[in-house]
Design a protein around this ligand. Structure first.
Ligand SMILES: Nc1ncnc2c1ncn2[C@@H]1O[C@H](COP(=O)(O)OP(=O)(O)O)[C@@H](O)[C@H]1O
Ligand SMILES: [Mg+2]
Length: 323
């Protein structure tokens, strides 16, 4: 028996430049020497804003885009040396839906299984349809399925050859909250069955909810790659917003030490003057801030706190990288 690889995916100095010499476009560096290791069995999130290079990375794994340089192994198969085996080890759910709208889900899966050379006896068409909750729709026109059903059909389609790795590119972009929950549950179930999952997303919430390990990609560079708890610890900034009864004429020194931002009543969201303080969660100076506000004789009308969002994290990670 051959042993299973420790890494489901291993990218080393993977680089992609679009355009350039043969085209009239200026060359675009979409992946800049990316090193990325996805442990077998993980539910791995590739998180980044639009244009970061997520789809490029996924599409190289799916053999839909050619890399410019570097190396990539899937399930220990180098994509250059063992292309057939590496392709067979991965199932990809692309960002766009791709199937003939006049086919039924059963036909879509049978056709895909045929393309992967899965013999009819080994096909699991109805089992897969059941897994994604489309058993009843096996013979409906694919075009008559709802958006969420189509997406689940895409997941089943990516699984016809029983790959040990499933990649989902922005699986819930444009999907409503309820369907998102259902898709998440399917993904978690597959992962529990032992499938290594990589999903790309630009929703921090999605990565935070689902993934056990998260890489953050920005402008073609991996700026962080950690287990979720470690990463969340780095996302350290929080904000407290204090709405005041009146605009203070002058901020006392003890408050200035916390570098507040003052918004007057006309421009604030609450219609009240607001003082916003950004601070590090690990330092938790809330009581000191509140004491300083009270000592300054300012009357508090409301208090709210905000977790940092993806934007802030990017700023934090990219600025700490360049300094
Ligand atoms: N076929 C292409 N030709 C030229 N540039 C491309 C092509 N595909 C993507 N890009 C560029 O590469 C960068 C990364 O894109 P992409 O991988 O789609 O990012 P993401 O999926 O994270 O939104 C972007 O700047 C994008 O404009
Ligand atoms: Mg994309």
């Amino acid at each position: 028996m051959t042993s299973l690889p420790d890494l489901a995916i291993n990218a080393q100095a993977l680089t992609k430049v679009y355009g350039g010499s043969q085209s009239d476009q200026a060359p675009k560096l979409a992946l800049d020497a990316v090193d990325l290791q996805v442990p077998r069995g993980s539910l791995f999130g590739l998180l980044g804003p639009n244009g970061a290079g997520k789809s490029t990375l996924i599409n190289i794994m799916a053999d839909l885009v050619n890399k410019t340089s570097g190396s990539l192994s899937i399930w220990d198969y180098d994509i250059d040396k063992r292309p057939r085996q590496s392709r067979a080890s991965i199932g990809v759910v692309p960002q766009e839906l791709t199937f003939d709208p006049y086919f039924s889900p059963r036909q879509v899966l049978e056709l895909q299984a045929g393309m992967y050379g899965v013999p009819p006896k080994e096909r699991r068409t109805m089992e897969l349809l059941e897994t994604v909750g489309l058993f009843d729709k096996a013979d409906a026109y694919a075009r008559s399925l709802s958006g969420g059903m189509k997406r689940r059909l895409m997941v089943a389609k990516a699984m016809v050859h029983t790959p040990p790795i499933l990649i989902l590119d922005e699986p819930t972009a444009g999907v409503d909250v309820e369907l998102r929950r259902m898709l998440w549950d399917h993904v978690l179930e597959l992962n529990e069955l032992g499938v290594t999952i990589v999903l790309t997303t630009h929703y921090l919430e999605e990565a935070e909810e689902l993934c056990d390990r998260i890489a953050i990609i920005n402008r073609g560079n991996i700026v962080a790659c950690e287990d979720k708890p470690q990463l969340l610890n780095r996302i350290d900034s929080k904000k407290i917003v204090i709405s005041l009864k009146q605009v203070p004429e002058k901020l006392p020194q003890q408050l200035l030490d916390f570098s507040p931002e003052l918004t007057d009543a006309k421009t604030s969201s609450s219609g009240l003057a607001q003082l916003a303080f950004s601070y590090r969660r690990s330092e938790s100076p809330i009581s000191a801030i509140l004491a300083a506000v009270a000592a300054a004789g300012l009357e508090i009308r409301d208090i709210s706190t905000e977790e940092s969002d993806l934007e802030d994290i990017f700023l934090q990670l990219t600025s700490s990288k360049s300094t």
